[in-house]
Design a protein around this ligand. Structure first.
Ligand SMILES: *Cc1c(COP(=O)(O)O)cnc(C)c1O
Length: 368
């Protein structure tokens, strides 16, 4: 006879998952704090989104539209897509989880990359499947390494493009080369959370590939350039057979009514997004230049954050810099869990914070 269990036990594998740990938010004892640890925009959302959110407060007793039609149509008309190929989620995190639960199970493998977003691995394991991590090359996704890791058990490949926390990107030609070599039953998930910020003519978020293939999905978010992280809004663009499968599993009212209203208003205000992107482009260059002038190495970023590497040799380590900055009210993101022992990620912040971090790091590096 098997031993009696004394309490309910999670499915095998669940307790092997390392829970996601968000970046810190507080600097105890510091009066003025700038949170530069979660890639939130310093400009906030479009004022039209805030107005729409407030207006939604008048009908909180009513269930939202389970199809999120207004939001899907705003997205469809902005990107010239068919609304039937769009599914909205409670953050793109929810959509990544749905993809794993629908396409992966015990015995299956999902490929992720060395410095990839931790949510992929968590959701692959939550589905009972096995994450297979492939090396990156100099903080860049290595398409050949991914292809070498494909086995009979591979069901999905997850790529953040641009990558977080690296800020590097995979050019469209490389994405196409990867897709062409993948078996047609393997789902290629392109997480384009930072696509708005990219200004490179050899980059594509994935719209064309999704439109012309049966095994590619692109995920997007309202949490970054759109400034709506608190509302939890994401969307994906996928072939209809994928939408049909996900629709059967998702919560029937997974997007809130204030979320639908504010998201649609934000999406319609593309002029606001252009301003946010222009502000970011200005600072991403200035920050990289300033940090490099201090003897720090910065991974070239096309997103709204920079990965700052500290020199190994002179003992000025990332953990010490983190404490030094936190004591001055600048909260950056430690990235040890992403495979970087001696680096910090900094989101582009308001001007005052950007200049403050430059000054503080000048002092930390002994250049003041
Ligand atoms: C921030 C981020 C997201 C967005 O997640 P939400 O759940 O939409 O807030 C997705 N992928 C990556 C790589 C990110 O950095």
């Amino acid at each position: 006879m098997t031993a009696q269990k004394t309490k309910p036990a999670p499915r095998p594998g669940v307790m092997d998952i390392a829970a996601y740990v968000p970046g810190k938010e507080h600097a105890p004892g510091v009066a003025r704090v700038f949170k530069l640890s979660a890639n939130e925009t310093p400009l906030g959302p479009s004022p039209r989104a805030i107005e729409a959110f407030r207006a939604a407060a008048g009908q909180l007793e009513r269930y939202p539209d389970g199809q999120a039609k207004e939001l899907r149509e705003a997205i469809a008309s902005t990107f010239r897509l068919n609304a039937a190929n769009i599914l909205c989620g409670n953050g793109s995190d929810e959509l990544l989880g749905l993809l794993c639960h629908v396409y992966l199970g015990p015995g299956d493998e999902g490929i992720v990359t060395e410095h990839g977003f931790l949510v992929y691995k968590i959701q692959i394991m939550a589905a009972g499947a096995t994450p297979v991590t492939v090396k990156e090359r100099d903080c860049r996704v290595d398409v050949d390494a991914i292809l070498a890791a494909v086995t009979d058990r591979t069901r999905a490949v997850f790529i953040a493009n641009p990558g977080n926390p690296t800020g590097t990107y995979v050019p469209v030609a490389e994405i196409r080369r990867l897709h062409a070599a993948l078996p047609p039953h393997v789902l290629l998930v392109l997480d384009a959370a930072y696509a708005e910020y990219v200004r490179r003519n050899d980059y594509e978020a994935g719209l064309e590939l999704v439109s012309s293939c049966q095994n590619v999905v692109m995920t997007r978010t309202f949490s970054k350039a759109y400034g709506l992280a608190a509302l939890r809004l994401g969307w994906l663009y996928a072939p209809e057979h994928v939408i049909d499968a996900l629709d059967r599993v998702r919560g029937p009212f997974n997007i809130s009514a204030p979320g639908i209203a504010a998201g649609a208003a934000a999406m319609r205000d593309q002029a606001f997004i252009e301003q946010a992107v222009a502000y970011n482009a200005l600072w991403i260059g200035r920050l990289a230049e300033a940090f490099e002038a201090l003897g720090l190495r910065v991974t070239p970023s096309v997103a709204n954050f920079v990965l700052i590497h500290f020199p190994e040799e002179d003992g000025r380590r990332a953990a010490d810099a983190d404490a030094f900055l936190t004591a001055r009210g600048y909260i950056l993101r430690a990235v040890r869990s992403y495979g970087f022992d001696n680096a910090l990620r900094m989101s582009v912040g308001p001007e005052e914070a950007n200049l403050g971090v430059i000054d503080a790091l000048r002092e930390f590096m002994g250049r003041a």
